[in-house]
Design a protein around this ligand. Structure first.
Ligand SMILES: *Cc1c(COP(=O)(O)O)cnc(C)c1O
Length: 388
């Protein structure tokens, strides 16, 4: 395999982030303090001031804290799509609850809400839709299902920072929304995440639980103090964010509207136009603009995906397979049930390079290599019927 020339994903950071980090170092306190508070304020200004934002160490931690704040744990079930990164499932099992894998829709890769509805039991306590590739499915139907069965809705919005639904930003609406600022997401703080909610009880429980359950420790840290006399009533974790990372996140948030968002939308729209016309490839049904894409998956049928992936790798183009359905993993059932749409997407999916620093010329190289590979491997025996 040749060296990677075109990366699948990467952090796009530079002098402004470096200066922000240097400023925190000069200030002399790298842990959780006023910079984290400022990042939370910037995020709630971006999302709407009635939303409370709790910055944490990762989105996985955010999902875990959100579940715990809802008193969801052992014996409880949480509905979620199987076609997601394993973080969604690990966060649920970390809380002690059982993730219930549901199938997804072939056209969007998003939760099949009817399939989820059929899996509701008396133990179901929450539903966790995942905004695959930044796309938003039928959140209204999720809310309706949740109302019918008194479920909490915890959105795994790790891939959807900046996307919107019915004109409202993801995070600006909904029960509880979890964001990711990991190194390759739509904005990054190095590693990081946030819980966003308008529910003051959930907000307070998340604030305490991210700091070992020490009550009101957040207030102390934001005024540069420590708690010495305190009470703890719940299990807590070391899931808070540091000033160092918050400084990076604040710069990234300022760059989002003018730089990252338009570039991601432009790249995905161009892929949709160029690749969408190529025979043998299917793309997601997605409206870029409202959708700020995290990745660009294509679906290649006829058992050819791996051949195409190898051909691109030989030209130095890195691609991904997102995702192996979680119900196939040993910890989550080892394939004891069948979720046919997700399983087929897994066989066909190939994610193409997408990050704000990708140039048009690099994108042309990817598209040309993809069509060459598809011509080189003509449709063989169909191993699986193509998805409509
Ligand atoms: C990246 C990702 C996560 C985890 O985010 P971290 O901040 O890395 O913990 C969770 N869910 C999905 C769908 C993701 O893509």
């Amino acid at each position: 395999m040749s060296d990677i020339r075109i990366r699948l994903m990467k952090s796009v950071v530079g002098a402004a982030e470096a200066a922000a980090v240097a400023r925190v170092i000069e200030d002399g306190y790298l842990g959780m303090g006023s910079e984290v508070q400022a990042f939370e304020q910037d995020l709630s200004a971006f999302l709407g001031h009635e939303r409370q934002v709790m910055a944490v160490s990762t989105c996985t931690a955010a999902l875990h804290l959100a579940l715990q704040a809802c008193d969801i744990g052992p014996g409880d079930e949480v509905l979620c799509p199987t076609f997601t990164y394993v973080a969604t499932f690990q966060a649920i099992s970390a809380s002690g609850a059982t993730p219930v894998p549901c199938d997804v829709r072939a056209d969007t890769g998003w939760l099949d809400v009817e399939d989820a509805a059929a899996r509701v039991t008396p133990r179901t306590k929450a539903i966790m839709p995942v905004h695959y590739a930044g796309g938003i499915g039928d959140l209204d139907a999720v809310d309706a299902l949740a109302r019918r069965h008194s479920l909490r809705v915890i959105e795994d919005a790790a891939q959807a920072f900046g996307s919107s639904y019915h004109g409202e930003l993801i995070g600006a609406r909904g029960d509880i929304v979890c964001l990711s600022f990991d190194g390759v997401k739509n904005i990054t703080s190095g590693e990081g995440g946030a819980v966003v909610t308008a529910d003051p009880i959930i907000a307070e429980r998340v604030r305490d639980a991210r700091l070992l359950g020490v009550q009101k420790d957040t207030d102390k840290r934001y005024s540069g103090e420590r708690s010495w006399e305190f009470d703890v009533v719940d299990q807590g974790w070391r899931f808070h964010m540091s000033n160092l990372l918050a400084a990076v996140g604040r710069v990234q948030l300022r760059r989002f509207e003018g730089e990252f968002k338009p570039r991601r939308i432009a790249i995905a729209s161009r892929y949709a136009r160029l690749v969408g016309a190529t025979p043998g490839v299917r793309t997601l049904r997605q409206e870029y603009g409202p959708v700020v894409p995290f990745c660009f998956p294509v679906f290649i049928g006829g058992g050819k995906r791996d051949l195409v992936r190898d051909a691109l790798a030989a030209e130095g183009i890195e691609t991904g397979i997102g995702y192996k359905p979680n119900h196939l993993l040993t910890k989550y059932g080892g394939g004891a049930i069948r979720l046919p749409v997700a399983e087929q997407l897994y066989e066909e999916v190939l994610t193409l390079p997408l990050h704000p620093a990708l140039t048009d010329a690099e994108q042309d190289t990817v598209v040309a290599a993809l069509s060459r590979a598809l011509e080189r491997f003509p449709a063989r025996e169909r191993m699986h019927a193509d998805v409509d």
